[in-house]
Design a protein around this ligand. Structure first.
Ligand SMILES: [Cu+2]
Length: 193
């Protein structure tokens, strides 16, 4: 746990050093799925876009799943923020190297968002047909709270746990400390379960 606290604290500070980094975070759960399910599984995701390097770092931890992981990726945009379903935006069928066949795990991967392979091919086709138009559409979905991380398993093929990604406010605003604190508090509460 100490290591996790430390990592999150560093992540909260990261935008101070990297002006063109945008972060999003999500709590993942079964009740947040559509339709909701009673999975006891939980997870946490942080997505960091570096607009200078044109990369997307995806960090996910999850545990307590009833099924074994079959795929994980980011869906969007939904028609309204924080609800509904949408197709896959990112690499299919699953994130490169995402833990498969397990009920808990941790994942970190950085994607080159100038590569078509970092996206679902149909997402590019449906959003202007180029990698840059697809990236803009993905950023718009993330900023609007209309994109969600979904972890599929053999027990819940449509998704066992998911969570809508929310932007972490820019540094320098009073809200940052509050949000950072909320992340740590939430993490702590989850860890005690
Ligand atoms: Cu999916």
């Amino acid at each position: 746990m100490k290591k996790l606290f430390f990592s999150l604290a560093l992540l909260a500070l990261a935008p101070l050093a990297q002006a063109h980094t945008v972060m999003y975070y999500a709590d993942l759960s079964g009740p947040a799925e559509a339709p909701p399910n009673a999975s006891p599984g939980t997870g946490f995701a942080i997505v960091t876009l570096d607009l200078d390097l044109v990369t997307m770092k995806v960090e996910v931890t999850f545990s307590g799943l009833q099924g074994n992981v079959s795929a994980a990726h980011i869906h969007g945009p939904t028609s309204v923020a924080g609800a509904g379903t949408a197709g896959v935006m990112t690499m299919t069928p699953t994130f490169l190297g995402f833990p498969s066949g397990v009920t808990s795990g941790a994942y970190t991967q950085t994607f080159d968002m100038t590569l078509a392979s970092s996206y679902n091919a149909s997402f590019i086709t449906n959003n202007g047909g180029t990698v840059s138009s697809a990236l803009n559409a993905q950023i718009a979905a993330l900023d609007a709270g209309k994109a969600y991380v979904n972890i599929h398993t053999n027990v819940f093929p449509g998704g066992e746990i998911r969570g809508f990604l929310a932007p972490v406010p820019e540094p320098g605003t009073a809200a940052l400390g509050l949000v950072g604190g909320a992340i740590l508090m939430r993490r702590r509460r989850t860890a005690q379960v």
